[in-house]
Design a protein around this ligand. Structure first.
Ligand SMILES: *[C@@H]1O[C@H](CO)[C@@H](O)[C@H](O)[C@H]1NC(C)=O
Ligand SMILES: *[C@@H]1O[C@H](CO)[C@@H](O)[C@H](O)[C@H]1NC(C)=O
Length: 188
């Protein structure tokens, strides 16, 4: 396990340093010396936007795809698929900056807490086409929640970071939630 982690770690740096492995070579792994002059400089990007989840109505952005086989405490076992708009401001008609596309699942038998496995797909400005991946636990009743950013693509290649969430609107009856996100990521 440790050697696998080591290998992945060195591969990670090798790809940063050299772009890719030489084509058609039989070399499985290659290490390059890292000097200060070639060390990639990491940048910190901070993003702020609002997430809109709508489970009901004519045009839901999230739908239940798995129902637990028997009645469970706090919906444990329920799985949803979402394609939720991300906007600049809290209003649903505010400028669209991206979408949150992925799965969330009721993963706790003790309190409403969901597992989120999702990609933030950005469409705005220089971020258009880039993604950030979230894999985290969202304890929904807490006023502030934190979930890790575990990776990214495009401008956010090699990203890692953190997202802080605050519920702005929650109307359980209408199936609507608007959540404020502050995302901080380090990337090359
Ligand atoms: C983002 O990129 C896509 C595909 O290249 C393009 O069709 C779209 O107009 C771009 N959106 C913005 C807001 O620049
Ligand atoms: C996001 O950051 C702004 C500015 O620091 C702050 O006012 C706001 O409360 C933060 N929101 C969240 C969800 O952390």
């Amino acid at each position: 396990m440790a050697s696998l982690v080591c290998l992945l770690f060195s591969l990670h740096f090798m790809v940063i340093m050299s772009g890719s492995l030489p084509a058609n070579s039989e070399v499985f792994a290659k290490e390059s010396p890292m000097s200060l002059s070639t060390k990639p400089v990491e940048r910190l990007t901070q993003l702020h936007f609002y997430f809109h989840n709508n489970k009901m109505g004519e045009h839901p952005t999230a739908m239940k795809i798995v129902e637990p086989p028997k009645v469970s405490i706090s919906g444990f076992g329920t799985i949803y698929m979402m394609d939720d708009p991300l906007t600049e401001g809290p209003s649903p008609t505010s400028k669209l900056v991206g979408r949150c596309q992925g799965i969330y699942a009721e993963a706790s038998q003790h309190e409403p807490a969901i597992l989120m496995v999702t990609n933030l797909f950005f469409t705005e400005g220089i971020y258009n086409g880039s993604t950030l991946s979230i894999l985290g636990r969202n304890p929904m009743l807490q006023s502030v929640k934190e979930m890790p950013i575990v990776g990214g693509s495009g401008i956010f290649k090699y990203a890692r970071g953190s997202s802080v969430l605050k519920t702005h609107v929650h109307d359980a009856k209408a199936g609507v939630a608007i959540v404020e996100y502050n995302v901080s990521v380090l990337h090359v």
